[in-house]
Every structure is written in structure tokens, then in C-alpha cells.
Design a protein around this ligand. Structure first.
Ligand code: HEC
Length: 202
């Protein structure tokens, strides 16, 4: 189970969980903590996949104390998921190819692909929505303006469901991502592949 947490506003926190249980992978669950009149209101938002699994996780999360959640919200992370397999990621490039290419700074094509989405060269460690000349959507630009940088955690969350990623991070349920693709599995392998063809992140 991977666990990530971040603060969305000065007064609340959002904690997202991604889990793999048995044959059901990438069940995702968001947990929002918002102070309401001095008391914390806890909302469980089941974002995808099997509801019953999510309920089990919700029950498990209920046992985590609020102070532990607060600690998580301020940056204490669970150990990272098992490292991905770059070769498997490369094998999966076909799912990105229709919209993305990988072209290095000298113009050498590493992966041919479409131009609906930005060049993914150097993505690890790159600022969100920062590929020069690409016409990003307003919500991704807004999120990029927070100074966010692509990490494996953020990448996995994004490619699994770009629209819910934006909704969570911008705390706005009406935004929609123009990336109409959801990666159902293998995000960590794709990340490993992108790292393998990119200059080392500073
Ligand atoms: C149907 C087209 C489409 C497919 C398929 C697609 N993407 Fe995208 N992707 C986009 C678009 C369009 C954007 C720009 C989103 C925006 O402006 O909000 C984007 C943005 C991104 C970004 C943000 C980049 C940045 O510069 O901040 C990442 C990361 C990304 N895609 C990864 C992937 C990966 C990995 C795959 C394959 C598993 C993939 N995408 C498949 C269309 C696609």
C-alpha cells in the first residue's frame, strides 16, 4: 500500500491512498480532513474501483489517529513503493504514444509520438506544466504555479486519473483534464522508463 499526503489549504489536509489488494490494484481512496467548528469532519471519497475494498480501507484508516494524519499531512511519508521496471515501462509506451513523444534537448527522437500532449523528455524532476511551447490547460498551469515538480508519487497519481488528480490538488470539482487517458497499471514502470531516458534529476 502506498500512502501520500499533502496539505491542500491552510486549514485542511488531503490524504490519498493507493493500494493493491489481491487482484484489485490501484484502488484509490481520498481522505479529507477539514476543521468544521473546531471539530474535524472526515470525508472518505472513494475514487475508483471496488467499493468493498475501499470500505475495508476506510475502516482501517479510521483506526489511524488524527494526530498521525496531521503528521502525514506535514510531509512524513510511508516508504516508497517497489521500484519500477524500465523495460516493462518501455513496452508500455504504446499507451502514451498517440499523444506524447520523447525527444531530447538536442532534438534526438527517443520515442516518436503525437503532439496532443507535451514532450515527456526529462519529466522526472521537471516542474509541472513547464515544457516550453506546449499549450497546457489552465488547471494544470494553476497547479504548476504552486511550484510542484514531477515526482514518482505525483506522476503515478496523475496518470492513473488526470481529472481526479486536478480536482484533488486544486480542491475544485469542476475542473477536467484534457488528458483523456487513464493508466490502469504500470505507472511505476513507466516512471522508471522515463527516468532511464532522462538526464539525472538534480
Ligand atoms: C489521449 C491523449 C493522451 C494520452 C494517450 C496520454 N496523454 Fe499525457 N497528456 C495529454 C495531454 C493533452 C496533456 C496536457 C494536459 C494539460 O494541459 O492539462 C498530458 C499531460 C501529461 C503529463 C504532464 C506533463 C507536464 O509537462 O507537466 C504527464 C506526466 C503525462 N501526460 C503522462 C502520460 C503518460 C505516461 C501516458 C501514457 C501512459 C500519457 N500521458 C498518455 C494527453 C495524453
Amino acid at each position: 500500500m502506498t500512502l501520500r499526503a499533502h496539505q491542500t489549504t491552510g486549514t485542511g489536509a488531503h490524504i490519498g491512498f493507493r493500494v493493491k489488494i489481491g487482484t484489485i490494484s490501484n484502488t484509490r481512496l481520498g481522505l479529507d480532513q477539514r476543521p468544521t467548528g473546531g471539530l474535524y469532519k472526515t470525508e472518505y471519497t472513494q475514487l475508483s474501483d471496488a467499493l468493498c475494498q475501499a470500505r475495508k480501507i476506510a475502516a482501517m484508516i479510521k483506526t489511524v489517529s488524527l494526530s498521525a494524519l496531521a503528521a502525514l499531512a506535514f510531509g512524513v511519508m510511508a516508504p516508497p513503493a517497489v521500484a519500477g521496471d524500465a523495460a516493462a515501462g518501455e513496452g508500455n509506451w504504446r499507451s502514451c504514444r498517440s499523444c506524447h513523444a520523447i525527444t531530447d534537448n538536442a532534438g534526438t527522437v527517443i520515442q516518436r509520438g503525437g503532439r496532443t500532449g507535451p514532450n515527456l523528455f526529462g519529466l522526472p524532476g521537471r516542474a509541472v506544466a513547464s515544457f516550453a511551447g506546449f499549450n497546457y490547460s489552465a488547471p494544470l498551469v494553476e497547479y504548476g504555479a504552486t511550484g510542484a515538480v514531477w515526482t514518482e508519487e505525483l506522476f503515478a497519481e496523475y496518470v492513473t486519473d488526470p481529472t481526479s488528480f486536478l480536482r484533488t490538488h486544486l480542491d475544485n470539482t469542476s475542473v477536467r483534464s484534457p488528458m483523456s487517458f487513464r493508466m490502469r497499471s504500470g505507472a511505476e514502470d513507466m516512471w522508471a522508463y522515463l527516468e532511464s531516458v532522462s538526464p539525472a534529476a538534480e
